[in-house]
Design a protein around this ligand. Structure first.
Ligand SMILES: Nc1ncnc2c1ncn2[C@@H]1O[C@H](COP(=O)(O)OP(=O)(O)OP(=O)(O)O)[C@@H](O)[C@H]1O
Length: 290
């Protein structure tokens, strides 16, 4: 069934589900990309860490059901979720920040790294509904939803489940190489079709930060993301360079004494990303509880 074909009964059920489970969530942001491997999950993590450093309470929902990578990237591999009195409890990330950061992903239910699920549409749809309905987030300033690449069953399902939840909108991630392909345009057209506001386009892996002198050099042509943003009349939020230290930070976080938020706050990439985040916050979306 497509997004347009949902029945009134479905609509009422979705409205009720979102109203109860997301009652204490002020803002909802989806992270989308036209293609895999462009750094969508990395942008999700950076958005979560930046908001947390800025003092917001953040939750992250990973609905990439076939390749959930967030537990590993947040350093939470092997952790499990448990059923509390109010629903499934998301896993907390250790932060030095006052604000909390918690994560829910199918990866926590799959056990070993490398396990993946091959599910048909209806099962994925049911899982996403359950994630929206049964996770107890408590009070959150921001719920970030990391989606799989492209526009698949998961996207249709999350759009349906959130259609009454008034999300702030979507961050669309691309790279300089893939901006020219039709995948990003498809993603932007999908947002239009399901009435999802586009908070802006982020061009990732655009330029290179030298690990020795921290200088940023353009190695591929850039500016495509900005042109696309103009064409679709959506904001352009900025570009993130390739930063080998960011990959190291994610890979080596467990051996460090500091928390992930402390490590990220001290990294050069945070200095760039926080400006991107500020452009999102400056849009002053009223939020769901205002
Ligand atoms: N700005 C960056 N600098 C350096 N490495 C990066 C950057 N952004 C992403 N990467 C690296 O690129 C790889 C792919 O990134 P990521 O997993 O975030 O992409 P994705 O779009 O979520 O992929 P998929 O859709 O397949 O899950 C990862 O190894 C990540 O560490």
């Amino acid at each position: 069934m497509s997004f347009d074909e949902t029945t009134q009964e479905d609509g009422e059920e979705e409205q009720a589900v979102a109203a109860v489970s997301l009652a204490q969530v002020k803002h909802i942001i989806l992270i989308l990309s036209g293609k895999g491997g462009v750094g969508k999950s990395s942008v999700t993590i950076q958005t979560a860490l930046s908001l947390c450093i800025m003092g917001y309470k953040v939750g992250v929902l990973d609905i990439d059901l076939t390749g959930p990578s967030l537990p590993r990237m947040f350093g939470l591999e092997g952790k499990s979720i448990f059923q509390g009195a109010d629903g499934w409890m998301p896993v907390k990330v250790d932060t030095n920040a006052e604000a909390s950061l918690s994560v829910m992903s199918l990866g926590f239910l799959l056990g070993d790294r490398g396990n993946s699920v091959v599910w048909r549409g209806p099962k994925k749809t049911a899982m996403i509904k359950q994630f929206i309905k049964d996770v107890y987030w408590g009070e959150l300033d921001y719920l970030l939803i990391d989606t799989p690449p492209g526009t698949s069953d998961e996207h249709i399902s999350i759009a349906e489940n959130l259609r009454y939840a008034e999300p702030d909108g979507a961050l669309v991630v691309t790279t300089p190489q893939s901006v020219a392909t039709s995948d990003v345009k498809k993603e932007l057209n999908f947002c239009k079709k399901v009435n999802l506001n586009v908070l802006g386009i982020i061009e990732n892996m655009s330029g290179f930060i030298c690990p020795y002198c921290a200088e940023c050099t353009n190695i591929f042509s850039s500016g495509g993301g900005e042109r696309l943003a103009k064409e679709f009349e959506v904001p352009y939020l900025g570009n993130i360079p390739i930063d080998p230290k960011f990959v190291e930070l994610i890979e080596n976080q467990k051996t460090e004494e500091k928390t992930l938020t402390e490590l990220y706050e001290a990294s050069p990439i945070y200095q760039i990303f926080k400006d991107i985040m500020q452009r999102v916050l400056d849009q002053k979306h009223p939020g769901r509880m205002s």
